[in-house]
Design a binder for this molecule. Structure first.
Ligand code: GLN
Length: 316
């Protein structure tokens, strides 16, 4: 067993869960009605170790949309299919230091990294782009399910339709990138490219399933429940590096400093943390701080690091 005193470990996680439940700061995202209607009191935490030990607290079966957490999996899947070199001929690895949806490119006229909208839109445009949209969607939802060991992955059509309806910024970003020749040559239709990006943001999961997905990354790309390899070795390393430097919006540098673990957050208040070779953690609490991260989620991570030596440099 990877965590020998499992009960004791779980008691600590439960303590942190209860402590963070008292936090009521933050505001639920309101840019689409489907997110603004979510109950701000929802609070779920799930953990899954690399040898499949599981535990959950709170609203761990309630569905929420992946939103920006999809960016991490889309990148891992694209890089597994195409290789890191191909993907990174279109997108960089540098934190942008700018807002996640800002209209800006790096000095080579490429998106800064796959975790900001520009980079994520380009990455999704690379995935299976010789197939039609229906087949591309099927293949992605299947890839997500494989990474989740067959656990809950759904699709929220209302969120998709809302995202598409309030997409001016993402359209502006995409036209700017089209002008700068950022897209792969196969991309003839920006509407299709953006629809696919919004559809992947609108995939749903819950804490239980997301913890398995995080554990697959913690386990080098092999799902700990099914023992299936779903993400290749190198892309797994690469997505963790990117999560470490760019996964928490404009808090990424501070998160890396204080918590020292690869993580990715999304605007639905979801957060996944990967402790390599040990455990995947999924957190959901909708109220966000000013930078767009779940308030309870960030507090949970900081408390985790005060109790355990999980920070990358704690071992020194
Ligand atoms: N889906 C939204 C967008 O693409 C928000 C993504 C997010 O979680 N920040 O702009």
């Amino acid at each position: 067993l990877i965590i020998p005193s499992w009960q004791e470990f779980c008691q600590h996680i439960k303590d942190i869960f209860l402590k963070c439940r008292d936090i009521t700061d933050g505001k639920v995202a309101t840019y689409i009605p489907q997110l603004s209607r979510v109950d701000p009191n929802k609070w779920g935490v799930s953990i899954c170790t690399v040898d499949g030990q599981r535990a959950s607290w709170g609203d761990c079966k309630e569905p929420f949309c992946f939103q920006s957490i999809s960016k991490a999996f889309n990148y891992a899947i694209a890089a597994s299919e195409l290789g890191a070199d191909v993907v990174h001929s279109y997108v960089g690895q540098e934190p942008s230091g700018r807002l996640f949806n800002e209209i800006c490119l790096d000095n080579n006229d490429k998106p800064h990294n796959p975790m900001v909208n520009s980079g994520a839109i380009i990455v999704t445009a690379l995935i299976n782009n010789k197939l039609n949209l229906a087949d591309r969607f099927d293949s992605m939802i299947n890839a997500y399910r494989q990474i989740a060991g067959g656990e809950y992955i759904g699709f929220n059509n209302a969120v998709f339709l809302s995202e598409r309806q309030t997409a001016d910024r993402n359209y502006a970003l995409s036209y700017y990138m089209k002008e700068k020749k950022c897209f792969p040559p196969e991309t003839t239709n920006l509407t299709d490219a953006l629809d696919f990006y919004f559809q992947l943001c609108s995939l749903e999961t819950n804490c239980e399933a997301l913890s398995v997905m995080a554990a697959t990354l913690a386990n080098g790309g092999v799902c700990p429940i099914t023992e299936e390899r779903c993400v290749k070795n190198r892309p797994c390393r690469d997505v963790l590096s990117l999560m470490n430097s760019c996964g928490m919006y404009d808090y990424s540098g501070q998160f890396s400093f204080h918590v020292g673990l690869p993580a990715k957050s999304g605007v639905s208040g979801n957060l996944m943390i990967v402790i390599p070779n040990l455990v995947g953690i999924a957190i959901w609490s909708p109220p966000l701080d000013l930078l767009g991260n779940s308030v309870r989620g960030v507090a949970f991570c900081k408390e985790l690091i005060t109790r355990f030596n999980f920070h990358t440099y704690d071992s020194l």
